[in-house]
Design a protein around this ligand. Sequence first.
Ligand code: NAD
Length: 355
Amino acid sequence: MVTHSSPLVTHEAVYNFHDDASGVKAIIAVHSSALGPAAGGCRVLRYANDVDAMRDALRLSEGMTYKNALAGLPFGGGKSVIMLPENAGRPDFDRAAMFESFGRWVDSLSGAYVTAEDVGCSVQDIQMVSRETGHVAGLPAQPGFAGGDPSPLTAKGVFLSIEALVGHRLDSDLDGVVVGVQGLGHVGFALCELLYEAGAQLLVSDINAQTTAVAARLFGATVVKPEKMLDSAMDVFAPCALGAILTERTVAELKASIVCGAANNQLATAAQGQQLADRQVLYAPDYLVNAGGIINVAAEYLRETHDSVETRVAQIPTRLMKLVQRSEAEGTAMNVLADRMAQDIVSAGRRSQVA
Ligand code: NAD
């Protein structure tokens, strides 16, 4: 195993890990510890190359700093990625050993980074990580305490945010409102369930046809081909798959007047935030509305109750609507304002650490 840490201009530290025997590689990026230990989930993917994996780790960990700051959590921003080796799909691949190695790597940082689930990683995987380190959350809940899969809480925060934005922009509740959900994984599927119960009409897309078929059956959702989702006619677009889907081209074609979803890093570049504002599309900054999961993870790590999680998640739409009001009053794009607010909180944390 080779480990090294390299501080970057934008990040406090980046650690590279490699298990020579299995070929598994991982990166842990610590963006900021100004507000506490760096916390953020572990993304498990087959990356085309190391540069793509590093780019993901750096972008996602910075987003976690902003997310944790705006959510008022005593944690900094960090993220890890595990680069699945080529043999990961084979029946003899030892997934448990991979997550145990990762657990030892997390543990070697002595609590500077706290991990949990993200794309490609389940509660069962995190249980394997926990065999090797205590710096982990997203484990099955203990009676009376927060815990378990964070995805339903992420979906709840996004749902409440969509509800608030629809009330503001369309002067309506969700009954009959058309919502396009891209990606029916842990969060997207739970979001569909909440939207369906509230009377929304669903458009759904996923590269996995089985999950969209289930959504069609259970929620009466209309299935859209993945490449057709962004320019389909809908009131709200809820991206819940991967990031960078709002590009110059897709924003120009977007039919929705509200974008609010769970996917991290939805904007390909910050310029798309302004492009959305110019097109009068109300964009909910991803790291503000998808904080429900990390709120749950933080509460579990700090041994808080589930009720405290529900209370904090219910505050997400209030925070969002304050941002909307400021954005409309100042004529500043939502992403710019959110970044500024988060940076101010982090700077104040850094000053109090130094004082
Ligand atoms: P997941 O892996 O369970 O689900 C992702 C889904 O997206 C999968 O069903 C996949 O098939 C689908 N998908 C991939 N590419 C697609 C495409 N081009 N078009 C349509 N569907 C596609 O992941 P998740 O945990 O549900 O997370 C979804 C997003 O939300 C991610 O960006 C994640 O980082 C973010 N997020 C998740 C949480 C959480 O609590 N799980 C918290 C905050 C943010």
